[in-house]
Design a binder for this molecule. Structure first.
Ligand SMILES: Nc1ncnc2c1ncn2[C@@H]1O[C@H](COP(=O)(O)OP(=O)(O)OP(=O)(O)O)[C@@H](O)[C@H]1O
Ligand SMILES: [Mg+2]
Length: 286
């Protein structure tokens, strides 16, 4: 089992107005994992991500990053944020500068990298999200989905070890979602740890190695990919939908249209394969 990169131990967070958003939360993210953080609106996903990055300070409990208790010193937080990148839920919380290229260069410049290196990273990151043609466009002149892509590029340009993405696919069109998953697949193959919060249950079902479900600030479910087919139907009681691939597969199974597979299909392609009589491949979920 890989080492823990981010961990919370009995983490409790209360907003200044007194609302308790996280309660006694124990969570462990290990190096190289793809973790889907699920939960209905207001369940605490964003609050958790902001705590993990030291942007909010826990009321009680502990956060550990790379094996050490999270320090509140400015230099330590800066180092943490060069190793852990966060793509905010709302792109307007993240975009700062005049042009797209300036915005994406902000983080790497802040790391003190040479200008050539920064230029290269900006170009690579914008290409990765399909926004290279917009390098000189002012960030405020972009559509919501384009802003979201630029935010993702801004974090990729930091080359973090751990990527936290808060609702990265919300507002993206189907093609952009596919491209984002391809980028995340490449990054994961290079060893990056990826945690994403999402309401897209189909995406979580297809993509994650592990799913964690929050409900009113508490962690109520935690399961590995091999348990998804049996665990996800339970998630409806936490305000989540049933994955469509599982629903169709079970209906086809019930109607005798497909034989019972050793590995349940998790992606659309695997489902089609099952319907056409091809066995699902456990490692093909990205
Ligand atoms: N700035 C704030 N001040 C007070 N309470 C807040 C604040 N931001 C969030 N909350 C509360 O904290 C709880 C968790 O909110 P959070 O934004 O973390 O949920 P979420 O799971 O990210 O929801 P969503 O799916 O809508 O993004 C909610 O009850 C919310 O009302
Ligand atoms: Mg949120």
């Amino acid at each position: 089992m890989n080492e823990a990169v981010l961990e919370t131990i009995a983490l409790t967070y209360r907003y200044p107005d007194g609302r308790v958003a996280l309660t006694e939360l124990d969570l462990c993210i290990r190096r190289g994992e793809r973790v889907a953080l699920l939960g209905a609106n207001g369940s605490g996903k964003t609050t958790l991500m902001l705590n993990l990055l030291g942007l909010l300070e826990p009321g009680s409990g502990e956060i550990r990053a790379f094996g050490e208790s999270l320090s509140r010193k400015t230099a330590d937080l800066k180092r943490l944020r060069s190793r852990v990148g966060l793509v905010f839920q709302n792109p307007d919380s993240q975009l700062l500068s005049a042009s797209v290229a300036e915005d994406v260069s902000f983080g790497p410049l802040n790391l003190g990298l040479a200008h050539d290196e920064v230029r290269q990273r900006v170009a690579d990151s914008l290409a990765a999200v399909g926004m290279d043609e917009y390098a000189h466009v002012p960030a405020h002149a972009l559509s919501f989905g384009q802003k979201k892509r630029v935010c993702i590029a801004g974090v990729l340009a930091m080359r973090p070890e751990v990527l936290l993405l808060d609702e990265p696919t919300a507002g993206l069109d189907a093609r952009a979602v596919e491209e984002l998953l391809a980028v995340l697949g490449d990054l994961h193959a290079q060893g990056m740890t990826v945690v994403l919060s999402t309401h897209d249950i189909d995406l979580a079902y297809a993509w994650a190695d592990r799913a964690e479900v929050l409900k009113r600030g508490r962690l109520v479910e935690s399961c590995e990919a091999s348990e998804f087919a049996t665990a996800f139907p339970r998630f409806t009681r936490h305000g989540l939908a049933h994955p469509r691939v599982a629903e169709i597969y079970n209906a086809a199974l019930g109607a005798g249209l497909v034989p019972c597979a050793d590995v349940e299909p998790r992606t659309h392609a695997e489902l089609l394969g099952a319907l056409e009589g091809e066995p699902a491949q456990a490692e093909e979920a990205s």
